[in-house]
Design a protein around this ligand. Sequence first.
Ligand code: PLP
Length: 233
Amino acid sequence: MTTITRNVQATQARLNQACFTAGHNPETVRLLAVSKLHPADAVRQAHAAGLCAFGENYVQEGIDKIAALADLRTALEWHLIGPLQSNKTRAVAEAFDWVHSVDRLKTAQRLSDQRPDGLPPLNVCLQVNISGEESKSGAAPADVPALARAVAALPRLRLRGLMSIPEPEADLEAQQRPHRALRTLFDQLNAQGLALDTLSMGMSADLEAAILEGATLVRIGTAIFGARSSGGA
Ligand SMILES: *Cc1c(COP(=O)(O)O)cnc(C)c1O
């Protein structure tokens, strides 16, 4: 058994245990394997171990990996989870299945305009700066309702939910707080008539806290692929 296979099994066991503790059905939480800074062969191994959804942070690296794994294209789902600049939207609209990091209407409009007709609508989450920290990525919570309504109206996008990357915290309760705030915002949007089904929150270090607060998709890199050699916070 490869290390990646073992890690996938251990991560799935962690996810199942967290769902059990939270009283959630494990089938309601998707595992997104974050493969940034790991080679295409690592994705192949994770796919052989049963995973099919992969997250990339850097547009060009993601596009190169998608091309290197073209033989698996229909079996895999590719998610962009890193920052997206306007000049890269066309490449992303053509190559990816999901984007989690939309935080302004202009980017969403470009993605919708540039999504090829032959592909299904691009799945989108709005990134929210939920703890209001200095990080510049993510829409302010107060701006999210209007942004969500505008993005939901774009023809070639399908607004699926919200994503956040809170500041790292050591203890469970501190980890739960920003996840709970994102969950509350998510519930408010659905109460206002949006039909969101995806709460993208939780990484290797705070998977349990995210699942306790109702994550429907956790983004796990290190616990599956090991430490990254460079960059990619
Ligand atoms: C790198 C990254 C992850 C995965 O982080 P790990 O701690 O390695 O699990 C998840 N989400 C985003 C947005 C990331 O950039």
